[in-house]
Design a protein. Structure first.
Length: 298
């Protein structure tokens, strides 16, 4: 049985760049295309220096290079670019022996959580195809020491202590990102939907525990960097639970740093001095829903 041919165009979406491999026999006709006839993106980025002995031409570019565009959806960051094939004229300017082609390319990066993923091989249609793949952003949530200088070695606390949380996302190679914490839930068991449960951050970024009397819970200003977020929560326990053990799970999300904070993307703490909700960034209006409970879903 004949082996399946390798794809004409393949893509690898990596953390900060994409790599596109193009078969020289692009159309499967036995007529190889020239490397100079291929370019990537509206900026016409050239391929890596070709090796005549190889049957492939390779492009490597950062996600934001070569005129790529970024689309932000509720679930993903989608980088788009296009592979162009523009054949040169033959010796006779009155005839052509090849037709230009465009191959749209997409890289999808989930905004909400870590997922395992791999490249998706494209299906080839004459002169048009789509290549897509997914890569993951790396999220982390750590308990920090009193100076915020390193991760805390112990996870034991006394009532009256403050828990110092730092959330981060690795975003090297992307357009700058801003991290948000939509929700944090404490439970007495590993099941985040179990009872008792206490959502101390809720409503898409409202630190509701800061509203409780005699707490110092708050988001910490300023951020160390846009893709990092710190917050303080006063230690607590579930009444009547002799285990004195809490499980904490948080839902983290990113948006482009250039996008202004809004009711969907916010970090709001309650200021007991002013009696009002205050945002870490943006105007006070984005936090108005923290009291009404009518915050829109991101």
């Amino acid at each position: 049985r004949a082996l399946s041919p390798r794809p004409a165009v393949a893509v690898r979406c990596q953390e900060g760049q994409l790599a596109v491999t193009v078969r020289r026999d692009l159309f499967g006709t036995g007529r190889p295309v020239r490397a100079a006839e291929l370019s990537l993106g509206t900026a016409s980025c050239p391929p890596l220096p070709p090796n005549p002995a190889q049957a492939f031409v390779t492009f490597v570019a950062a996600l934001h290079e070569c005129g790529s565009t970024l689309q932000v959806t509720p679930d993903s960051l989608i980088y788009r670019t296009t592979l162009f094939y523009k054949p040169t004229h033959s010796g006779n300017p009155l005839i052509v022996r090849a037709t230009p082609a465009e191959v749209p390319i997409e890289c999808h990066y989930p905004r909400r959580s870590n997922v395992s993923s791999g490249a998706v091989n494209p299906t080839w249609a004459p002169f048009h195809s789509t290549v897509a793949a997914e890569e993951r952003l790396r999220f982390s949530l750590r308990l920090m020491d009193d100076e915020w200088s390193r991760e805390r070695l112990s996870n034991g606390f006394q009532l009256g202590d403050s828990l110092r949380f730092q959330a981060d996302v690795t975003s090297e190679g992307h357009v700058p990102l801003r991290l948000f914490v939509d929700q944090c839930v404490a439970t007495a068991s590993p099941d985040r939907s179990s009872s008792p449960r206490y959502a101390f951050i809720d409503l898409g970024g409202c630190l509701v525990d800061s509203r409780v009397e005699d707490t110092g819970s708050a988001f910490v200003s300023p951020r160390p960097r846009p893709e990092s977020l710190r917050f303080l929560v006063d230690a607590f326990k579930f009444a009547g639970d002799a285990r004195n053990l809490l499980y904490i799970s948080c839902h983290l999300r990113v948006s482009p740093a250039a996008e202004a904070p809004n009711p969907w993307n916010k970090a709001c703490s309650f200021s007991k001095a002013s009696g009002l909700w205050a945002p870490l960034e943006g105007t006070a209006a984005i936090c108005s829903c923290c009291d009404t409970g009518s915050c829109p879903s991101p």
